[in-house]
Ligand binder design. Structure first.
Ligand SMILES: [Fe+2]
Ligand SMILES: [Fe+2]
Length: 394
């Protein structure tokens, strides 16, 4: 009986009067038929894909285009909450496949942000988590919950959920950085909320900076010795990393120490930033990594059901995503959507290439649906399948 229904022709002319009348009554009752018809064979609804799928496309934003536009934004909009001012002066990177959403991937939003010398972006807080990657400026800083982290190009600063934060620039040149936030995910869940009323924390509308209650860069004094953590402090929130900032010099020396290892066949020498107290990902929704592609290194292709935003920090390379080749160099940003075959190569035979990346892997793992396929040199594919606890490959 079901087969007969599914294989019925879909055209209006072939529908009986009863079927047409039935459809009208269903639609008038705020419902829609949960079946799709095809003239020849079974066709699932669009929300029943037989392969992981989504509208996000592979895309690269080249710094040669983005850089001049974000620097110019200081001429067209001020910074603050007054007329002609933006509360954050950002250009949002929009995935062409996800427009009109403000989204780079299914789950993540990204923007580049400018703070000119002497400016302060007023304190605010939000339920979304942010990871920030510094591109330009020697005098930039971010304050999070009473602690200021001084930043230089290549550094990273984290922003936990619902933590007051303001950004400023005490230097002589523009402070430019890239933000990744889990806005699309939290919006979908109905949990994305902002609080712009900075007077709650600064006490005065004229003062946009929160008071500092801890020594500058204290989290790095306490927590950036790999595998060694203090026992005289403890975090009140176990789901958020107490280490807010990472120095590029530390990241590079960590990668360099591993450069003679074989590394991952798909990612070269790759390291994950984690919560130094718990060992889990730096945020409930984000995994953040750095990877070194040695001169001339080419990785093997794999695909997985988490999406990744990459930030090129050093060198130049290319990433082939299905049939699309994304060429990248310093400060370029690119996206590998979920379930797309991808492989990386360092285009130089003399210099290293370094990528940062942020993915939504922790979410996929929390729901027990991590899946990955790897291709070996002969083209054979190894598949984890839909197992809750996937094996970790060497
Ligand atoms: Fe923010
Ligand atoms: Fe990957």
């Amino acid at each position: 009986m079901m087969d007969n229904v599914i294989k019925m022709a879909p055209s209006e002319s072939e529908l009986s009067k009863h079927q047409q009348n039935y459809a009208q009554r269903v639609h008038d009752s705020d419902m829609i038929e949960g079946w799709w018809w095809d003239s020849t064979e079974f066709r699932p609804r669009p929300d029943q894909p037989v392969e992981p799928s989504g509208p996000a496309v592979p895309h690269v934003w080249n710094w040669s285009t983005v850089g001049p536009l974000i620097h110019e934004s200081g001429e067209v909009v001020g910074l603050g909450q007054g007329p002609g001012e933006a509360e954050r002066r950002v250009l949002v990177l929009r995935n062409p496949g996800l427009s009109p959403q403000y989204a780079m991937t299914n789950t993540f939003f990204g923007d580049v942000q400018l703070i000119e010398p002497g400016e302060v972006a007023p304190s605010h807080r939000h339920t979304t988590t942010a990871a920030r990657f510094v591109f330009e400026g020697m005098g930039g800083w971010t304050s999070v919950e009473g602690e200021r982290v001084d930043l230089q190009p290549g550094d990273i600063v984290m922003n936990p959920q619902w933590a007051w934060h303001d950004h400023g620039n005490d230097g002589d040149d523009n402070f430019v950085f890239f933000d990744v936030l889990d806005i699309p995910l939290l919006t979908h869940l109905g949990t994305a909320v902002w609080d712009f009323d900075y007077v709650q924390v600064t006490g005065d509308k004229a003062n946009k900076k929160q008071p500092l209650t801890r020594p500058n860069n204290q989290c790095m004094s306490l927590f950036d010795s790999s595998g060694i953590v203090p026992r005289f402090v403890s975090s009140s929130r176990t789901d958020q990393s107490p280490l807010l900032g990472y120095r590029y010099t530390t990241v590079r020396s960590t990668l360099d120490k591993m450069r003679d290892e074989k590394g991952s066949p798909n990612d070269g020498i790759i390291v994950e930033f984690n919560n130094p107290e718990s060992g889990i990902s730096i945020a409930p929704t984000m995994s953040m990594c750095a990877q070194l592609l040695r001169p001339g290194e080419k990785t093997l292709s794999h695909r997985h059901n988490w999406s990744t935003i990459y930030i090129a920090i050093d060198g130049r390379g290319s990433t082939v995503v299905d049939d699309t080749t994304l060429e990248w160099e310093k400060n370029d940003i690119f996206v590998v959507p979920s379930w797309r075959w991808h492989k990386h190569s360092n285009r130089s035979n003399e210099t290293d290439a370094v990528l940062y990346s942020v993915s939504d892997l922790p979410i996929i793992e929390k729901i027990g649906l991590r899946r990955e396929q790897q291709q070996n040199e002969s083209g054979d594919i190894k598949d984890t399948g839909w197992t809750p606890n996937c094996p970790v490959w060497e």
